[in-house]
Design a protein around this ligand. Sequence first.
Ligand SMILES: *Cc1c(COP(=O)(O)O)cnc(C)c1O
Length: 454
Amino acid sequence: MSQTRFILNESDLPKQWYNVNADSPVPPAPVLNPQTLEPVTPDFLSVLFPMELIMQEISTDRYIDIPEEVREIYKLWRPTPLIRARRLEKALGTPAHIYFKHEGVSPSGSHKPNTAIPQAYYNKVSGTQALTTETGAGQWGSALSLAGNFFDIPVEVYMVKISYQQKPYRRVLMESYGARVYASPTDRTQSGRAVLEHDPESPGSLGIAISEAVEAAATSGGAKKYSLGSVLNHVLTHQSVIGEEALKQMDMAGEYPDVVIGCVGGGSNFAGIAYPFLRENLHNGQNTRLLAVEPTATPSLTKGEYTFDYGDTARMAPIVKMHTLGHDFVPPPIHAGGLRYHGMAPSLCALYDAGLIEAIAVPQLATFEAALTFARTEGIIPAPESAHAVRAAIDQALDAREKGEERVILFNLSGHGHFDLSAYQAYLSGQLQDYEYPEEAIKAALQQIPQVAF
Ligand SMILES: *Cc1c(COP(=O)(O)O)cnc(C)c1O
């Protein structure tokens, strides 16, 4: 009657990833070469990624087998628990039932190892000698450092400078796993030097750090490949283990969610929990609302333009069709570093455009307020990114209270906030602020998007 944690056995660990491209009602827009503005060839992508990941990127197979080597490592923390937030429900006085999937139990503290492990694995088997990547808050860098270490591949991380300063222990964690970490913009790459020349005090951004990591791989003569922690199809596919497990766990709880919630930076943890439920909507007559939550400071879904844009600031990464704020938009320095990205996963944008997914934006202070309510009832300090999902889940529960509805709410707790305590300190001492919607900066950045013929 009062079960709180819904725990699966190791044998329930999914054997396949779910690829939403098999079910998307909209055919994916072409991915364009940033130099030619023509559709990319596998050749272009193979400078950056191993062939197996490129095949997954363009695959329309509904399911992709998870290699046994990857499942073995997943077992270090998966299946993750599904938890009924009974104490939060009580504190809110809501008739709603609130469940959350706890991805913060992974070794590096977020959902990101779900894709870091397979990416390192496919690179290993194809002979990659080193991996380059960027990191914002440090969660992705930590996850890839962990994965590189497991598969014996050196990892080079370009960390957004403001996060490098705000989160020194994330760097130590990455270095403990054996990675090398640089504060981006650096003077190691042409794109980094260009930014520094223009603005020596640049706080950096994910867009800039991506440029540096892409350049480091592209100029390595094939020795280094690049690894991306979100946005791309294969990343979102790997994250589907979250939703597949959650489906089984909701079944154990004898309920089915009316609404599924996740925060969105590039879209991977939201897609991870939501896409398997979208499949049930499309094929099995379910009618679950899927709600993506972004910061008001980087509102790419709710305020961005749906068009082709570069994935990075220096225009080295492929051009994709997405909701974008403009590739050279530098977001305000909110503490949810993992959400400071100008674009969004193309598959998610297409589904949003088709009305199959909803989105809202929430301001920084309200997310920290929700995070503390959650910490004081459920005991877990959420990552500032995840706090956006917590905010939306609490608002859903309050709305259900107002309407007297027994709404079933499921949200993804994408990570814990143990490395984000300086952000909490700033909040607790009244030093955090909300940022106005950066309308002018976004307008200016949108002037710079490429004009393409697709
Ligand atoms: C990276 C990160 C995010 C944002 O990335 P998505 O690809 O949108 O999931 C959200 N939460 C946490 C904890 C993260 O580390």
